[in-house]
Design a binder for this molecule. Structure first.
Ligand SMILES: Cc1ncc(COP(=O)(O)O)c(C=O)c1O
Length: 343
């Protein structure tokens, strides 16, 4: 006899697959959570009848210790998304202006709409880089300026010195969101010393996430850090009971397993370089991506047609560009197979 389908089995059946070589549209980590993280998470089930902390003090302290900052400098949210919205709620009023690049992470136009902000968008150049001069100019009348480093969708990074130059040109009461969602993929020499930066610029909030390199997108954990004065202002907007019990456990377990995580990050970066090299050999230009994805601008091959029928889930852009998340070698082969057939 066939068991009746229940709503629960439907819901469980609809969960995304941890391993899916075709799922390359959201810049997720292609690996399931580390065994040590999974087993730590099981401990949360047993305490699910209890609320988490009223405000996520312990998680904040864990992150502050890990990144070498004072607790009052750190805020925590439901992913970087939650952190960005918290910042916008704390520092903007409806009608204020937010400056950002175009194209950028899909979330930003949505966040701006939710906070009822006016947006000024500054086009990236042909190689996917920010026009920081134009951003500095536009930022003079703005409440918030957003710079993603690496940028999404192009994966490019602006030199640290250029970011500092931008900061010196912006008014002190313009808040700068330095979005480092993909920072863990950068080599040490490419990174900005975040704690040092926020010590010198009181208007900068560095935003990070456990969704990408840490591979915990489904748990929704992100954080931001900034100078203590701004940190205290942002913490006042911290949602009571807003961070689930599992976040603290997952972060602690991830920090304990950092060697294994770093190995995974190296594998993803190596796979990205392999895909970039092979694309170049096929005569296909990709921007100088430094994160866990590559971006093929529009105007060369018709990317939607090239990948049509392959089953690959990719992020296509209005100008014809396509962003491809790095997955396994199987994913890379599927991408290269489609490009080879078209090139
Ligand atoms: C640049 C950038 N910022 C923020 C986010 C949001 O990440 P999350 O809310 O999962 O932490 C993303 C996700 O793709 C992103 O690419």
């Amino acid at each position: 006899m066939v068991a009746p389908r229940t709503a629960l089995s439907d819901v469980v059946g609809a969960l995304p697959q941890a391993v899916n070589p075709l799922a390359l549209s959201l810049n997720e980590c292609p690996f399931p959570p580390l065994p040590a993280v999974r087993s730590a998470l099981r401990a949360c089930d047993e305490a699910a009848n209890r609320y988490p902390e009223f405000l996520p003090q312990r998680l904040r302290s864990l992150i502050a210790d890990h990144d070498g900052m004072a607790e009052e400098q750190v805020i925590v949210g439901a992913g970087a998304t939650g952190v960005i919205m918290q910042v916008l709620h704390a520092v903007t009023s409806p009608g204020d202006t937010m400056v950002m690049a175009e194209p950028t992470f899909d979330g930003y136009p949505i966040f701006a709409q939710m906070a009822r902000l006016r947006t000024v968008t500054i086009p990236l150049d042909a190689h996917g880089h920010h026009d920081l001069d134009a951003m500095a100019e536009a930022g003079k009348g703005a409440r918030v300026v957003v710079v993603c480093r690496p940028h999404n969708p192009t994966g490019t990074i602006e030199p640290a010195i250029e970011i500092e130059r931008l900061l010196t040109r912006l008014p002190e009461d313009t808040v700068v969101l330095l979005d480092e969602a993909y920072v863990e993929f950068l080599a040490a020499g490419q990174r900005i010393d975040g704690p040092n930066l926020v010590a010198r610029f009181g208007n900068v909030v560095v935003v990070r996430t456990f969704s990408k390199a840490y591979g915990l997108a489904g748990l929704r954990i992100g954080y931001g850090f900034c100078a203590p004065d701004l940190g205290r202002q942002l913490w006042r907007m911290q949602l009571p009971f807003g961070i689930g019990l599992s976040a603290q456990v997952a972060v602690a377990a991830s920090y304990d397993a950092e060697d294994q995580l770093r190995q995974r990050i190296r594998m993803i970066a190596a796979e990205r370089r392999y895909l970039q090299t092979r694309l170049r050999a096929l005569g296909v230009y990709s921007t100088d991506g430094q994160a866990n994805f590559v971006y093929l601008p529009g105007g060369s091959l018709p990317w939607p047609e090239v990948f049509d029928g392959t089953g690959l889930q990719l992020r296509h852009y209005a100008d014809g560009g396509v962003r491809i998340t790095i997955g396994s070698r199987q994913s890379t082969r599927a991408v290269l197979g489609a490009v080879t057939a078209a090139a």
